[in-house]
Design a protein around this ligand. Sequence first.
Ligand SMILES: [Zn+2]
Length: 160
Amino acid sequence: MQCTEVKTKLADYSVGLLNERERRAIQEHLDGCASCRQELRALERVDRLLDAVPLEEPPAHLWQSIRSRIEAQPQPVRPSFWRNWFTLPRLALGGAIAATLLVALAYFTAPRPPSDEEHLHADPSQLMQTHQMMSWGDPLSDKAALGALIASRPHTQEVP
Ligand SMILES: [Zn+2]
């Protein structure tokens, strides 16, 4: 065992904290090393000096004082619902934005019924086309839409 390693364990050795194998290895080293023996004597002198100082019990109010100072410190604020909402993963936020854009796109590009002014000047076939597009969701519920759908087919057969 080298002196540097022995010196890191001398304090534990002096108070009997080492296991049997380590204690024996250090004892063997000390038998042949004056420098480490001198270090051990210095440690034992410090131990004796410390033993001479009476242990002092901390005053009873000390813990109360520390505890009240800990409790007086501001507690971390729990994040609010809205803060949680805005710190959701970016993927979810991106999805919400994309859905909003789709709804807005559908709203602004959906066919609108022409105003009265437009009715007067509009091409009838264009009006029919608009009506047909608006009724696309359920053409069978609207006879005009159904008729427009049949009429728009390229090879309409006569119904017997
Ligand atoms: Zn040594």
